[in-house]
Design a protein around this ligand. Structure first.
Ligand SMILES: CC(C)(COP(=O)(O)OP(=O)(O)OC[C@H]1O[C@@H](n2cnc3c(N)ncnc32)[C@H](O)[C@@H]1OP(=O)(O)O)[C@@H](O)C(=O)NCCC(=O)NCCS
Length: 144
């Protein structure tokens, strides 16, 4: 099931997964996995049958009719099983239902093939995170 976390325990698990996958391997401090405006965005957590969060993603509205996917992460021992794709499909459906015509994201180099499989096109190299992780701006135009 994919839905937003709903209570303190779920929010803790949600941000912990983000931290474990996207921050801890680069020695980043606890707290660096969150932005100051989390409440303004839409959150997607994949719950397994045991009700544990094993995948996460966030949808921001960056411009009128443009959604931006951020903080996509799947638990290390659950990657490659379709969970990331399921979260991206749900984000895309929600974004489209809200009137999005385009989704953009900044992909880590290792994740480029994942997003390309989902129909995202490479636009240009963007920022370097933590001085070493090259990101690439990608975009997908949604059918009206
Ligand atoms: C990138 C990530 C979110 C993908 O989620 P996932 O659950 O592992 O991916 P899925 O199993 O849904 O993969 C969907 C498709 O993409 C392919 N794919 C996924 N990651 C891939 C990779 N690194 N290289 C090539 N193909 C990949 C899968 O093989 C699958 O193809 P298929 O439909 O033909 O079987 C996840 O692996 C992850 O959290 N990685 C570490 C953190 C990260 O890099 N996050 C992205 C930051 S931009």
């Amino acid at each position: 099931m994919i839905r937003s976390p709903q209570n303190q325990t779920e929010w803790k698990a949600y941000f912990e997964l983000r931290f474990d996958i996207l921050r801890a391997p680069w020695g980043q401090a606890k707290g660096s996995e969150q932005t100051t405006d989390e409440a303004q965005h839409q959150h997607f957590a994949f719950f397994n049958d045991a009700n544990q969060i094993i995948g996460v993603g966030r949808l921001d509205q960056t411009a009128p009719k443009v959604g931006q996917v951020r903080f996509m992460a799947v638990a290390a021992n659950q990657q490659g099983k379709g969970i990331g794709k399921a979260i991206m499909d749900e984000i895309q459906a929600v974004c489209k239902a809200q009137g999005c015509l385009q989704i953009i994201l900044h992909a880590r180099e290792v994740a480029l093939p994942f997003y390309q499989k989902l129909g995202y096109q490479l636009v240009e190299p963007s920022h370097l995170l933590f001085g070493e992780i090259q990101h690439y701006l990608m975009q997908k135009t949604l059918d009206a």
